[in-house]
Design a protein around this ligand. Structure first.
Ligand code: SF4
Length: 108
């Protein structure tokens, strides 16, 4: 599992850091960034700040994305069925998703 934040949509409320402090960090610019170990991926951030989610932090990361008021936390899941012969990009592929807000329905 990997995660990144679209800072253009971040409201700066800090919920993600509260829920998953090992995954997210707030910086002086008032925006949240993804952490990769001790490093904060703020240069440049955005999709280029894609980082692996530490083992054991998957649920907290998903909860952060669900609760994020800016809806700007993006999770990428390794999806072997998307790679292989006949696919445009060989090698591992990732399915990108945004979990729905808690209490919302996915559809009819
Ligand atoms: S929860 Fe979302 S909007 Fe709030 S600080 Fe984190 S990324 Fe930004």
């Amino acid at each position: 599992m990997k995660v990144w934040i679209d800072q253009d949509l971040c409201t700066g409320d800090g919920l993600c850091e509260e829920i998953a402090p090992d995954v997210f960090a707030m910086l002086d610019d008032g925006l949240a960034y993804v952490k990769d170990g001790d490093k904060i991926l703020s240069e440049p951030g955005g999709a280029a700040g894609l980082a692996p989610v530490p083992a054991g932090q998957e649920e907290a990361t998903i909860e952060s994305a669900e609760e994020c008021p800016g809806e700007c936390i993006y999770i990428e899941i390794d999806c072997p069925t998307l790679s292989g012969p006949g696919r445009a990009a060989p090698g591992p592929s990732f399915g990108r998703f945004r979990p729905p807000k808690s209490g919302t329905r996915a559809g009819p």
